[in-house]
Write a protein that binds this ligand. Structure first.
Ligand code: NDP
Length: 491
């Protein structure tokens, strides 16, 4: 406990402002030593396995299956059987009941799932507890509402389910990405084979328990864990009617090439290098909070992270000064501590990628700032970083770093801001900070980005469509738009 200094007649004040540890209990999660593949409502014993770890401590958490092409084949067959034997012809109002149930169970078991998400992925517990879990439940609630209203969403177009959806998700928001994928697919009457990312399979496996609790018919959702080979087997399987992928642009392009000419439906949600544009008439302190949230939320492992800060020249110095001071207050460390702002980097591979790109920034001539902070000895960590003096051509201004690293550039006029913001192969998201409503609307029209946040950043809502332009992919998830990729139209 912080010691309170009560001497004299002064108001009591803490003698020491450091935070006492506030650990969330690990005991709410009961991990099994070994997990199989969830196929047709049963646990299938995998022929190959690997260990999944905690990136904060490098300890092994469980042994999970590495699904082979044969395993994927079984999962697709189970999904096909469930599709044909009742799920696709179930009235929408009945499907909705299952989705509502899943949403309620996610809420009831939120603490357990949040702890496991932080344990396996390294993200701060306050984020998995306050962002990932509530949003995952909200997606199921939201799409439950659409399940019996598809005819109204798409009038005179006779919406029908597509069939079996193959879904491949990344490691940055494991349970939330699962919800983004599974909820609309089931609402539309499809069945699913989902592959979680290699490094973060555990919440998807615990979710199978949620499905059993909700009494979802066997085979409607199948979960196959494994690495990229499992994903590739799913993409290549002839029995899959639609692929939904979130991950790197590189793998997204490979999937698109593989599916060309097959007639399979495809949505890709890929990388980003978002510009967060700050004008000199903005509320500066509010903008600094938005910048910090934009890039250090989830260690910067966010496809829509505001990783390029574009600052109007006239406020460059005060803004960078405030930003540095704010960085000094960020607490980096144990993901399960409720005070932690920046947790562990998801994997050794990702840490190496961040280090390599940061090194390129130094070599190309940018100035680096990292606040003094002690990083734990075990596990994968990277201090919050700001680069100033960055040229548009530097790799750190062009490539997705996917870590807690911000590149600061400047502009003089709104036209220059737009020019620089759009000068990237990506187009997923952007931020605008200004007092002027007219400028916000103008910027939103000029920026080639799927989402433009104004005087805020990283706000997500199931009713709002999300997706990119250019190399950030195509198709939308969320909202009414998010139903369309899971439907075919006969009318
Ligand atoms: P990947 O694109 O490799 O991973 C995304 C998912 O695709 C994972 O489930 C992965 O499995 C799977 N996968 C990998 N190869 C194939 C394949 N050939 N066919 C089908 N599925 C495949 O991203 P990484 O995890 O390698 O991260 C690399 C970079 O990608 C990051 O540094 C970041 O820049 C970006 N990224 C972007 C994300 C976004 O939300 N837009 C999310 C994650 C990463 P496995 O996990 O086993 O590799």
């Amino acid at each position: 406990m912080t010691e309170i200094d009560r001497t004299g007649d002064r108001a009591p004040a803490p003698a020491d402002w450091t935070y006492a540890p506030a650990p969330e209990s690990r005991d709410v999660v009961k991990l099994r030593e070994r997990y199989g593949l969830y196929v047709g409502g049963e646990w299938l014993e995998p022929s190959e396995t690997y260990e999944t770890i905690s990136p904060a401590s490098e300890e092994t958490l469980a042994v999970v299956g590495q699904a082979t092409a044969e395993d994927v084949d079984r999962a697709v067959a189970a999904a096909r059987a469930a599709f044909e034997n009742g799920w696709s012809s179930l009235p929408g109002s009945e499907r909705a009941k299952y989705l509502f149930r899943i949403a309620r169970i996610l809420q009831e078991r939120a603490r357990e799932l949040a702890v496991l998400e932080s344990l396996n992925g390294g993200k701060p517990i306050k984020e998995s507890r306050d962002v990932d879990l509530p949003l995952a439940a909200a997606h199921f609630f939201y799409y439950a509402g659409w399940a019996d209203k598809l005819e109204y969403a798409f009038p005179n177009r006779r919406p029908r389910p597509v069939g079996v959806a193959g879904q491949i998700i990344p490691w940055n928001f494991p349970l939330l990405m699962l919800a983004w994928k599974i909820a609309p697919a089931l609402a539309c009457g499809n069945t699913v084979v989902l592959k979680p990312a290699e490094t973060t399979p555990l919440t998807a496996l615990l979710f199978c328990d949620v499905l059993r609790q909700a009494e979802l018919p066997p085979g409607v959702v199948n979960i196959v864990t494994g690495d990229g080979r499992t994903g590739a087997a799913l993409v290549e399987h002839d029995g899959v009617d639609k692929i939904a992928f979130t991950g790197s642009t590189e793998v997204g392009k490979a999937i698109q090439r593989r599916l060309a000419g097959t007639g399979k439906k495809l949505t890709l949600e890929l990388g980003g290098k978002a510009a967060n544009v700050v004008f000199d008439d903005c509320a500066l302190d509010q903008a600094v909070e938005g910048i910090v949230n934009g890039i250090y939320f989830n260690q910067g492992h966010v496809c829509c992270a505001g990783s390029r800060l574009l600052v109007q020249e006239s406020i460059y110095e005060p803004l960078v000064d405030k930003l540095r001071r704010r960085l000094e207050t960020l607490r980096v460390g144990e993901p399960l501590d409720k005070n932690t702002d920046v947790g562990a980097i998801n994997s050794a591979v990702q840490l190496e990628k961040i280090r390599e790109l940061v090194e390129s920034g130094r070599e190309e001539g940018a100035d680096i700032y990292q606040p003094p902070c002690r990083l734990p000895e075990k596990g994968y960590w990277f201090a919050p970083t700001v680069f100033t003096n960055v040229a548009q051509s530097y790799r750190i201004a062009q490539e997705e770093i996917f870590g807690p690293v911000l590149s600061v550039l400047t502009f003089r006029t709104p036209d220059e801001a737009v020019e620089k913001a759009n000068n990237t192969p990506y187009g997923l998201s952007a931020g605008v900070w200004t007092e002027k409503g007219s400028r916000i609307l103008w910027m939103a029209q000029q920026l080639r980005a799927g989402v433009v946040w104004a005087n805020t950043y990283n706000r997500f809502d199931p009713t709002s469509p999300f997706g990119g332009y250019k190399e950030s992919g195509f198709g939308r998830e969320g909202g009414l738009h998010g139903l369309e990729p899971y439907l075919r139209f006969d009318g």
